[in-house]
Design a protein around this ligand. Structure first.
Ligand code: NAD
Length: 505
């Protein structure tokens, strides 16, 4: 059966190494579920350390030629890839829906936001331009060039199985590196389809590889001497540990972690607009987005009318299989995760919160798939578990704050600092918030401020470990290292011995 066939029969998902499918021989595997039915739909073979070593060796060999390829050739490949992904948006989206569960329109959005990164990488000749200083000293020029690192690895989460890999591999490959993707074992198939598209676009064998697996594969990447850099996106505990181990082993690491994204609503905000934004950003993709709004901080007397407006909108959301037209929210990724999310709603009242809407009452909760309706928790306080933990599901908490200062303190004391939004009609208040807030991405009347691909994406605090944000200009920085050349072409007749330290003359 073709690897891109997402039919309901159980198939086996392989690696992609050296331009072809390679079955895992480790004897270890995981189940890929269909979250909309609760049935197993595939097995994914998990790489052994030896299989990781084989992939790294192939990527290392491919690096020799690829780093020497012309910039215009790499740009041409990216242009072709852009056309192929564009032409197959729907196909990719349906693959995402089949394994992740998100609705097809939501999956189309994921593809579009990933595609932006390939478009950015089409400009690689311009992005890799260095600097040149003529006559830094008499007859001496100094210039800086950017060179690729070698074999680089991307480890990605389940919630954006197409977009997050595109955040990484577009720039990594365009910069002249060879790339190994270790996708989430929960929805691994789309990575193989992307590999086919990369091959069709003209990416030479061995430049893009996919190694399926779990911690065993990741641990081997972390210690392999030929892996020069690791981009990781996933939960905070894993991000922290990958950053610590990877950097200890001398690798360049950027590790993006989890989030608790706040939406601050000031009393002057347009409440209808704020409610639309809160509902869209909290429940889109069943809350399984690292930029989902999970907390509304309502300032002053805004809470009651805002909650009423949110409730009115929530009750209209259609929950059901993502493949069926008209459904707005699909299932969660696994039964275990759905039950964990539901447990926060079940325990909220005992913590002192008010369960304003209970997602377990939604008829979809009783279906065979991993569904849960939308939940709204009111009177949430910062010391409650439902506030402290990243729930990563369709649960929105409302924290009430008397003043802007109290609201800001709550947000800044939260350990995460990924995205944050303010809703107000007061430009001065918004500007002050942008100045004050400890978060990497700020939305002003924008609930999900994911930067466009020519900026870079990244949170602060426990939402990112490392120095550089992902994709955009910082992505290019991450995947290259600079070299500074000092050069002169003097008349040999003027040459003499001089033991003094070189200085500008
Ligand atoms: P996860 O941390 O469980 O898994 C991420 C990747 O790490 C997967 O490829 C997985 O196989 C691997 N992994 C898991 N446990 C590991 C371990 N112990 N050692 C080594 N590797 C391990 O995350 P997830 O559940 O797939 O994704 C959801 C999480 O990702 C949420 O916390 C979400 O906020 C976060 N996320 C963050 C961003 C961001 O940009 N900051 C984007 C998307 C998702």
């Amino acid at each position: 059966m073709a690897i891109a066939d997402v039919s309901t029969q159980v198939r086996t998902v392989s690696h992609w190494i050296g331009g072809k499918l390679v079955a895992s021989e480790s004897g270890r595997s995981g189940t890929v579920w269909n979250p909309a039915t609760g049935q197993a739909q595939a097995k994914v073979g998990f790489a052994s350390a030896t299989e990781v070593d084989q992939a790294v060796e192939i990527a290392k060999q491919a690096f020799v030629e690829w780093r020497a390829s012309a910039l215009s050739r790499r740009a041409e490949v990216m242009f072709k890839l852009r056309e192929l992904v564009d032409a197959n948006r729907r196909r990719i989206a349906e693959m995402l829906t089949a394994e992740h569960g998100k609705t097809v329109p939501d999956a189309m959005g994921e593809v579009a936001r990933g595609l932006e990164n390939i478009e950015f990488a089409c400009g690689i000749p311009n992005l890799l331009k260095g600097g040149f200083s003529e006559q830094a000293s008499r007859g001496i020029d100094v210039y800086q060039i950017r060179q690729p690192l070698g074999v680089v690895v991307g480890i990605t989460p389940f919630n954006f199985p197409a977009m997050v890999p595109m955040w990484m591999f577009a720039n990594a490959i365009a910069c002249g590196n060879t790339f190994i993707l270790k996708p989430s074992e929960k929805d691994p198939s789309v990575s193989l389809y992307m590999a086919e598209l990369l091959k069709k676009a003209g990416v030479p064998d061995g430049v893009f590889n996919v190694v399926q697996g779990d911690k065993v594969a990741v641990d081997r990447f972390l210690e392999h001497p030929d892996v020069k850099a690791i981009s990781f996106v996933g939960s905070t505990p894993v991000a922290r540990s990958i950053y610590q181990t990877g950097t200890r082993n001398g690798k360049r690491v950027q590790a993006l972690g989890g989030a608790k994204n706040h939406m601050l609503v000031l009393p002057d905000a347009d409440l209808g607009m704020a409610a639309d934004a809160a509902v869209s950003a909290a429940y889109g993709s069943a809350g399984e987005r690292c930029m989902a709004i999970s907390v509304v901080v309502a300032v002053g007397g805004v809470a009651d009318p805002l909650i009423a407006a949110i409730r009115e909108r929530m009750t209209k959301i259609k929950v059901g299989p993502g493949m069926e037209e008209g459904n707005e929210m699909g299932p969660l990724i696994t039964r275990e995760h759905r039950d964990r999310v539901a447990s926060y709603v079940a325990n909220a009242a005992s913590e002192g919160a008010t369960v304003a809407v209970d997602g377990r009452q939604d008829p979809a909760f009783k279906r065979d798939g991993f569904f849960l309706g939308t939940s709204l928790l009111d009177h949430v306080e910062p010391d409650m578990r439902c506030y402290r933990d990243e729930i990563f599901g369709p649960v929105l908490s409302v924290v009430r704050a008397d003043t802007y200062d109290r609201a800001l303190r709550i947000i800044n004391e939260n350990p995460y600092g990924n995205g944050v939004a303010i809703f107000t009609r007061d430009g001065g208040a918004a500007r002050q918030f942008q100045f004050d807030v400890d978060a990497g991405m700020v939305g002003v009347n924008v609930p999900i401020p994911v930067p466009v691909s020519y900026y870079s994406f990244g949170g602060w605090k426990a939402s990112l470990f490392g120095d550089l944000h992902i994709y955009g200009p910082e992505g290019v920085q991450f995947y290259t290292r600079t070299k500074v050349v000092t050069s002169r072409w003097p008349d040999p007749g003027t040459s003499k011995v001089d033991l003094g330290f070189p200085q500008v003359r």
